[in-house]
Ligand binder design. Sequence first.
Ligand code: HMG
Ligand code: MG
Length: 286
Amino acid sequence: MSDLVTLHEVGPRDGLQNEPNLIATADKVRLINLLGTSGLRHIEVGSFVSPKWVPQMADTAQVLAQIAPNTAQTAVLVPNMKGWDGFIAARQPSTDYQVAVFISASEGFSQSNVGCSIADSVDRLAPVIKAAQSAGVALRGYVSCVTDCPFDGPTAPAAVAHAVAMLRGLAPMPISLGDTIGHGTPHTVAAMLRAVLAHTPAQDLAGHFHDTGGRAIDNISLSLDMGLRAFDTAVGGLGGCPYAPGALGNVATETVLARLHADGIHTGVDADVIAQAAELAKGMRS
Ligand code: HMG
Ligand code: MG
């Protein structure tokens, strides 16, 4: 039977980036290699951001060099041309990469996360997107704070639709909709999705729910009802965002798998391997 839902594993990036104590590259590599045997088709392994801002991701080039080749697409976050150059220098031959670019739907989080306005962040990403297109590297866009912002309060659904349109105006790319601080409810997520789905097909969207408020599974169920078939999850519920106070873990891969598989929804992911990886991930936490 074909897989209905695709999971994007973001634990090694979104999860580990928030850990205060530096985790050894070898431990990250071990976790990613195990995840690579699970049947996951997308694993986000790191980010080429400023090491002053996110020291935990400073070894992403070494991670790319050391992980075993696997069948999953390997994703990295890139915020600007300096990050793109870092990625190009580190990428390995014959690995299938995806470069993820990220903006916010709220100005407060944009300033906190990347130090500039939403419009300036889009301008900064335009050459990255062009370079990825020229190099034939797959793109993904993130829009953060899709229901609530830790600085500006509730986010207007129209602002999310506008942010999605700005990224997709630069290049066709799938978009992950981030409830960065996990304050979304089925009510606010539905309003946001209605606004986005008016302009963007469901197959080009993913849900990225942090589980701070314990509503991530409800929000995934609602998103499934509204046609989404891709979700970002983090093994062991690792996670948070260093520039979003209150952003706790991403929804755990093992929890989402258990729920989907119990509902007879196929993912192609081996829950036993994910359970082992969750133990490994939890052991890395400070
Ligand atoms: P900046 O400080 O505004 O940029 O950073 P700058 O141009 O002024 O550069 C300052 C210093 O950083 C310079 O070094 C640059 O060379 C260096 P110095 O001269 O002082 O020695 N620099 C870099 N070094 C390495 N790689 C780079 C890079 N760029 C500049 N790419 C920047 C701008 C965006 C880079 C910075 O604000 C940054 O790195 N922010 C961190 C963003 C981040 O990683 N946030 C977490 C991920 S997003 C997230 O978690 C949300 C998501 O999960 C979805 C959701 O949940 O909503 C995706
Ligand atoms: Mg996140």
